[in-house]
Structure formats: C-alpha cells, structure tokens
Design a protein. Structure first.
Length: 109
C-alpha cells in the first residue's frame, strides 16, 4: 500500500523553520523531532526565505492564477471582437448576391 501524503499548515511550516534559528538546532534534529524529512524542512526554509512567508507564497500563487484567468479572458474577448468586426465589415458592404437569390426565391408573394 502507498503512504498517505501528509499536508502541513503554513503555521506549522513557519514554526518548524523558526526552530532552525534556535541555538544548537540543526536541520536534522528539528526534522527528526517533528517527524519530517530534512529535505522537507530545507524546502520550507528556502520557500520562506524566497517569498518572505508562506502567506506571501500563497498570495503569489493566487495572483499568478488570477493573471492566467485574465489572459484567457482577454484572448477570448479579442477573438469575439475580431468576429464582430468581420461581421460589421460584411454588413457594411451589403448582402452578397447568393444570399439575395436565396431569400428572393423563398419570398412570400
């Protein structure tokens, strides 16, 4: 059977990294006390150092997701605008001869 992946709160991660700064604390000793791997603790420390906090990392991910949604919406709106402009140009030149013949043949007399 596979192991269940443990989820840790941002508060737990921040507290674990804070313990690294206590006198005499090592990455291995803190990780062992908390029941996590040294690699996991190092990853959290590097993330906190890079982003300032776990909350800052979460905000950055949310901002990136929002930006991606805006880009997709912008692309969709640009395509819709292009379609509308093509339709507007077609209407400005008047209906085409085949369309006139089609409707003329079916006109009620």
């Amino acid at each position: 059977m596979g192991r269940h992946r443990q989820k840790y709160t941002d508060e737990f991660k921040a507290a674990a990294v804070e313990r690294l700064y206590e006198p005499g604390a090592t990455q291995g000793s803190v990780a062992k006390e908390l029941g996590i791997t040294g690699t996991q603790l190092k990853t959290w420390r590097l993330e906190i150092e890079a982003f300032g906090s776990m909350e800052a990392k979460r905000r950055q991910k949310a901002d990136a997701a929002e930006l991606e949604r805006f880009r997709k919406e912008n692309k969709r709106l640009a395509e819709e605008n292009e379609i509308l402009q093509i339709g507007e140009q077609a209407n400005a030149t008047g209906p085409s001869a085949p369309a006139n013949a089609f409707f003329a043949a079916r006109a009620v007399k």
